[in-house]
Design a protein around this ligand. Structure first.
Ligand SMILES: [Zn+2]
Ligand SMILES: [Zn+2]
Length: 215
């Protein structure tokens, strides 16, 4: 019984991390622009690039694509320690969120690039599969935002969470889902993005912050 409880709690933590990183990804895709103060150049630009050139960020190291999530995770763990609430749930949540972009990266790599362990975890749907993540990269790129597992996205699509949230935000603020120039017919591609197609793209523009995002 105790083991079952622990497993259910772990599943809950995994789903929470997947959901919150999905929320971060959705906010970036729907409302962030390269001109958004502070996070625009640091976080939104790489995300925009990722929609145009999805494989670029697979060239980055873990540090290059996860430094910001590591900062957020460390802050969260520190906060929990300060509140005397540093349980294994907090650690699991932080580890998942910090590595959300790495899991996302794996979903853009081949099985040969990922190796047997990651490929096995993807086959078991414990990690998101390339096939499911490809649905997010299908025009108009406004579905399947959660980056960690295959478990949550289908349910969120069935209940229509993202369009419903966007309808609420539009009713409250008038803000609508921004245009995505990587979709067919919504271009042209911004010059600063097209520039990356040329010989040596700058590394710091190629890491998407999906999860961004626990990001
Ligand atoms: Zn996206
Ligand atoms: Zn992606």
């Amino acid at each position: 019984m105790h083991t079952l409880q622990t497993l259910l709690q772990a599943l809950g933590v995994i789903l929470l991390a997947d959901f919150l990183t999905g929320i971060g990804h959705w906010l970036e895709d729907a409302y962030g622009t390269e001109e958004t103060p502070v996070i625009g150049p640091l976080v939104i630009k790489p995300n925009i690039v990722h929609h145009h050139y999805p494989r670029l960020f697979t060239k980055l190291t873990w540090w290059q694509s996860s430094w910001d999530l590591l900062l957020l995770g460390a802050f969260f763990v520190g906060l929990a320690a300060w509140a005397d609430a540093l349980t294994w749930h907090v650690w699991l949540f932080a580890i998942l969120c910090v590595n959300a972009n790495q899991v996302h990266k794996w979903s853009h790599q081949t099985r040969a690039e990922n190796g047997p362990l990651v490929s096995f975890l993807q086959d078991c749907w414990i990690l998101q599969t390339p096939r499911q993540h490809a649905l997010h990269h299908t025009d108009p790129k406004n579905t399947f935002y959660c980056p960690i597992t295959n478990l949550l996205n289908p349910a969120l699509e069935i209940i229509g969470l993202w369009p419903k949230l966007e309808a609420v935000i539009e009713a409250l603020t008038g803000a609508t889902h921004r245009k995505d120039a990587s979709n067919r017919g919504e271009g042209p591609t911004p010059a600063w993005v097209a520039e990356l197609r040329r010989p040596s793209p700058t590394a710091d523009l190629t890491s998407p912050r999906g999860p961004g995002n626990c990001p």
